[in-house]
Write a protein that binds this ligand. Structure first.
Ligand SMILES: [Fe+2]
Length: 280
């Protein structure tokens, strides 16, 4: 059994652990400690039943059922199935989502603090997941931008990523926008926050889930989004998780930017996802 740092900026990896090992309090304490300090934890090749994955999630908080009922696991509503597989002419789960840099669910008032994925059937040649640290992104902002962002509020929205559904046919663009504002009201979060696990500041927000930084004009907003895009594109500060069978991956949603990558055509891929809220 081995625990190692993945990169200096994000991630800790556990290798050679079984579900039984993780049942031991001292081992699980190491996992939560690493998660607090490194934002992302990978447990390599951990064979788990759905019940066991849920049991692990419950030790971190409260698993919450996915919003869209048809993509929930048929027996365990806490599990959302992310899959490109088709059975009996029906998709098994949600096909690829999140193929752009984001922090999870920043467009809601109180995002669940952890996301947990289990690689049920994963290719190693594609469908990698990219990670970057929001602490590291903040550190690399030029000082003038740290000063500009200090005390600012970000306006977050899911509007840029919403897909037009059949019930929207016939709406004008203005009507569609008005409907989005009603169904998914914009929310506000501080742009710079402090990570409890490390005491370090981090950047909260980026282009795809943000409307604007309050008080910035159009040009300043575009400059800000481009700056963050550039920092996220720096390969020396991005960790690529190449999946191996049954990997368990857990991250802190607030401090972890991530992005899904494409799966090669014809290659099946299924991941079980649990979103974990803080215990009340
Ligand atoms: Fe995500």
């Amino acid at each position: 059994m081995k625990i190692s740092e993945i990169t200096p900026f994000i991630g800790a990896e556990f290798t050679g652990f079984t579900y039984e090992d993780l049942q031991q309090q001292d081992v699980f304490d190491q996992l939560t400690d690493r998660l607090a300090r490194h934002q992302l934890v990978v447990v390599r090749g951990l064979e788990l039943t759905p019940e066991q994955q849920i049991a692990l999630a419950k030790r971190l908080g409260r698993p919450v059922p996915f919003v869209i009922g048809k993509y929930r696991h048929p027996v365990h509503p806490e599990i959302m199935i992310s899959s490109n597989e088709v059975r009996d002419d029906k998709p098994v789960g949600v096909a690829r989502v999140g193929n752009f840099w984001h922090q999870d669910s920043t467009f809601v008032a109180d995002p669940a603090p952890y996301t947990m994925l289990h690689g049920v059937n994963v290719p190693s040649t594609s469908g990698h997941t990219l990670y970057a640290s929001a602490l590291d992104i903040y550190d690399r902002l030029p000082q003038e931008w740290k000063d500009k962002l200090a005390g600012r509020t970000g306006v977050h929205t899911v509007a840029k990523r919403l897909r037009i559904r059949s019930e929207h046919v016939g709406l004008s663009v203005a009507e569609f926008r008005a409907l989005i504002d009603i169904e998914h009201p914009k929310v506000r979060h501080p742009m710079v926050q402090t990570d409890e696990g490390t005491g370090r500041p981090y950047l909260y927000g980026s282009r795809e889930y943000m409307d604007s930084v309050e008080g910035f004009d159009h040009n300043e907003n575009e400059e800000f989004f481009s700056l963050v895009d550039g920092l996220l594109a720096d390969e020396d500060h991005v960790h690529t998780h190449r999946w191996t069978p049954h990997d368990l991956v857990i991250w802190k949603t607030r401090t972890t930017f991530h992005q899904a990558t494409e799966v090669e055509p014809g290659v099946p891929r299924t991941v079980h996802r649990i979103s974990i809220e803080a215990d009340a």
